[in-house]
Ligand binder design. Structure first.
Ligand SMILES: NC(=O)c1ccc[n+]([C@@H]2O[C@H](COP(=O)([O-])OP(=O)(O)OC[C@H]3O[C@@H](n4cnc5c(N)ncnc54)[C@H](O)[C@@H]3O)[C@@H](O)[C@H]2O)c1
Length: 396
């Protein structure tokens, strides 16, 4: 007589149950993994959802822009080669917006035309915000080819991919460095563009390529020329964390914070005999939150077949001395300042006339208190002594 061995039977049932549990687990994991969701959500257009490709979205300005776009319910794809940006910033965004179809990160180099083309063929973008770039004036004078390649040539790659895949809207990150040393202040969009360093020249060439292409295209183009960007997310989720090796080329806010932390012995102010009220250079500092708002307004107002070119600044110049005083108050640190002779190539005064962007896009800077912007950025710096890396104790 045949009979089932109860021990064997329970073993078999156990195995079946285990297999079923494992299968269910696999399905669950797959369903929650981004790769499972990516093709469906990111590869098709959806009514009412704007899918924005944010190049350089792991960087300082791009990550803040991605945060705002996600908050405004847009779909975001970040493409970045992490040469300068931080995966940590992307992780912050992923944790804030974990829902499928909201945010995807693609690690890729915009210099690789084949890879870029593949990204465009696999994703249905409605607009591109092209932030990705190397962006240090000093470095550009030492390594100009890197700048022409990374800025000018890569913009061409992005533009070609947009044209080939019928992506209709481009918001381009340009800079006041394209104006060079204008004699008349404030700088309007009509001020002649005569850049004096490879960074400014590479951006101007990229602008020219976009404008030439646009003559025979119905693409909606917005070119935003930023002045000096400072600050960080008021809610403290994101900040500015350039690579340590880029510090020497860095910007004044980074240098102030490094001095406040004791990483560098103090600040070097170059030039106290300019024809300005206190003898130091004057610049226009724009808070990153305002800057990102200008991008959102540009996206909303972009029209097929039209180009908008706008200065993004406060319209108010602040001297380096004023900046340093604001930084001392914001950090509560008595930063040592050395006053040195002028640096060749620095111009006395640069500030924008932001009338056009106010009139046409209804945008105006809101975060215009230097000390407040620096205080917000300092709060993030203090709690991220190691940038987006693992936390380190900080003696401040
Ligand atoms: N920060 C400013 O004060 C300022 C002023 C004017 C204009 N801009 C422009 O704003 C944009 C963003 O600047 P930022 O300050 O956020 O710089 P950032 O260095 O913080 O960010 C740039 C990002 O682009 C990425 N990137 C660079 N080359 C790439 C490539 N080949 N492929 C893919 N990704 C690449 C980097 O990894 C980085 O994440 C730049 O175009 C810059 O020229 C900045």
């Amino acid at each position: 007589m045949d009979y089932a061995d109860p021990k064997k039977k329970s073993n078999l049932v156990g195995k079946i149950l285990l297999a079923a549990a494992l299968t269910a687990l696999c399905i669950l994991v797959l369903k929650h993994s981004s790769t499972f969701n990516t093709p469906s959500a990111f590869s098709r257009h959806e009514a009412g959802v704007t899918h924005v490709l944010v190049t350089g979205g792991a960087g300082y300005i791009g990550s803040h822009a991605a945060l705002r776009l996600l908050r405004d319910s847009h779909r975001v794809t970040i493409v970045d080669n992490l040469s300068r940006g931080n995966l940590g910033a992307v992780k912050v965004l992923q944790e804030l917006f974990p829902e499928p179809g909201r945010l995807q990160f693609i690690y890729s180099d915009l210099g690789d035309a084949k890879a870029v083309n593949k990204i465009f063929s696999e994703n249905a973008f409605d607009a591109v915000m092209h932030f990705a770039a190397v962006a240090y004036v000093g470095e550009s004078t030492l390594d100009p080819l890197k700048y022409y390649h990374n800025i000018t040539s890569n913009t061409l790659v992005v533009l070609e991919a947009m044209a080939a895949h019928n992506v209709k809207t481009l918001i381009y990150s340009s800079t006041c460095a394209t104006y060079g040393e204008p004699e008349k202040m404030p700088i309007t969009e009509e001020t002649p563009q005569l850049p004096i360093n490879p960074y400014g020249k590479a951006k101007k060439m990229a602008e020219d390529i976009i404008l030439d292409f646009h003559k025979n295209s119905d693409m909606a183009v917005m070119i935003l020329r930023y002045f000096n960007v400072i600050g960080s997310d008021p809610d403290g989720r994101l900040g500015e964390a350039p690579r340590p090796e880029l510090r020497e080329h860095g910007r004044i806010s980074g240098a102030c914070f490094d001095a406040a932390r004791g990483i560098i012995p103090g600040l070097k102010v170059r030039g106290t005999d300019y024809k300005t009220a206190d003898g130091t250079c004057i610049r226009d500092y724009i808070d990153v939150t305002d800057l990102v708002d200008a991008h959102v307004k540009a996206l909303e107002k972009a029209k097929a077949g039209q180009v908008g070119i706008y200065n993004v600044g406060t319209g108010k110049g602040r001297s380096v001395k004023e900046f340093v005083e604001a930084c001392k108050k914001a950090t509560g640190k008595n930063i040592k300042v050395d006053f040195l002779p002028r640096r060749p190539g620095d111009y006395a005064e640069v500030y924008s006339d932001p009338t056009k962007i106010w009139r046409e896009l209804n945008w105006t800077a809101q975060y215009t208190n230097l000390q407040d912007s620096l205080q917000t950025a300092w709060r993030w710096q203090k709690s991220h002594f190691n940038g987006y890396g693992p936390p380190l104790p900080m003696a401040v």
